[in-house]
Ligand binder design. Structure first.
Ligand code: F6P
Length: 360
């Protein structure tokens, strides 16, 4: 009898989801297994199940295609994240129903592709007896137990390109240009893109900032004949002593929506320095489009490894990149704690050596 595995995508979309789906299905087919995609996130496992058989034909062109052909959700019955990083336990009836769904589909394994929220659900499913393995997805790169999540490199490429483009306007108009990037409570996108794009100021959630420091940098550049400044602000950056800036239409019972800090920083810089200042929010552009070469390779390696973990019956594990190898780590280690930019690490040290202002 042919073995059948399922693959499900959860949480926010990001470049590379389709590349992982492709890799999982191809690696499964090579073993003589059948791969089915679960439509619309975990809810597709509930009766009447929504699935799509992943045949060789429907995998064509997926390596480079953005989004997810299976659809995804970060709200509804399976939303685990409620408010400032807190997770909730799913009701036992829902877990029972999901398990029944997997049994009815005849799944010998389920590959859950997701970030912190979706993988904390995967852990609960595993504890409930569902044979699940995880693949780490998020542009935020904030999952513990892996040095890199897929989607991150593509988001950094997008943010770096934006910084490059802002440079010309900043220089031509002698302005301060502020770019707000995503990343939630971690400053990975801001610090990588800021370094790659040659930003003068990088504000990240890990280092609460003050305006004296930021404006001193603008003044220092003015005095040295550099009449423009590029500021990169992570959406989770905050003024020392203040709370995170969130968007006005806060969803109920969901993770807080961050956003708006870039405009505030721009307004204050203009007020204090008198220099014309503009802000840009990069937003969901960072999650769209084709994955970078690095992400395509990472997704392919992650997908193949996920199938290997199923073959070895190593359920309850997540594929992880440790720097020297791709391995399986317990899902429990990867969820429930964020991996933020280490204050004593190479990124911060390099930024300070370059004279980049980090706002402190
Ligand atoms: O976790 C990925 C992410 O893009 C964050 O960087 C951002 O804060 C959030 O999702 C936005 O979520 P939504 O698309 O639901 O507004």
């Amino acid at each position: 009898m042919t073995s059948r595995i399922g693959v499900v995508t959860g949480g926010g979309d990001c470049p590379g989801l389709n590349a992982v789906i492709r890799a999982v299905a191809k690696a499964a087919q090579r073993r003589g297994w059948e791969a089915v995609g679960i439509i619309g996130g975990y809810e597709g496992l509930l009766a009447p199940q929504q699935t799509k058989l992943l045949t060789a034909e429907c995998l064509a062109g997926l390596l480079v295609r953005g989004g997810t052909i299976l659809g995804t959700a970060n709200q509804g019955k399976f939303s685990a994240k409620v408010g400032h990083g807190e997770s909730r336990r799913l009701p036992v009836e829902l877990l029972d129903e999901t398990k029944r769904g997997c049994q009815e589909l005849g799944l010998v394994g389920l590959v859950s592709i997701g970030g912190d929220g979706s993988l904390s659900i995967a852990q609960q499913l595993y504890e409930h007896g569902i044979p699940v393995v995880g693949v780490p997805k998020t542009i935020d790169n904030d999952l513990a137990a892996t040095l890199m999540t897929f989607g991150f490199d593509s988001a950094v490429a997008c943010a770096t390109d934006a910084i490059d483009r802002l440079h010309s306007t900043a220089e031509s108009h002698r302005r301060v240009m502020v770019l707000e990037v995503m990343g939630r409570y971690a400053g990975w996108i801001a610090i990588y893109a800021g370094l790659a794009g040659g930003a003068d100021v990088i504000l990240i959630p890990e280092i609460p900032f003050n305006y004296d420091s930021v404006c001193a940098k603008v003044a220092e550049r003015e005095q040295s004949g550099r009449h423009f400044t590029i500021v990169v602000v992570a959406e989770g950056a905050r003024l020392a002593g203040a709370d995170f800036v969130t968007s006005t239409d806060q969803p109920q019972n969901r993770e807080a929506r961050l956003g708006g800090i870039g405009a505030r920083v721009a307004e204050e810089i203009q007020k204090r320095t008198g220099k014309e200042t503009r802000s840009v929010v990069l937003g969901h552009l960072q999650r769209g489009g084709s994955p970078t070469n690095m992400d395509r390779a990472l997704c392919t390696i992650f997908g193949a490894k996920a199938v290997e973990l199923i073959a070895e019956q190593k359920f309850g594990q997540m594929v992880a990149f440790t720097g020297s190898q791709i391995t399986g780590v317990p899902l429990a280690e990867a969820t429930g704690q964020l991996r933020t930019v280490p204050l004593g690490g190479g990124f911060i040290t390099a930024a300070r050596s370059m004279g980049i202002c980090l706002g402190d």
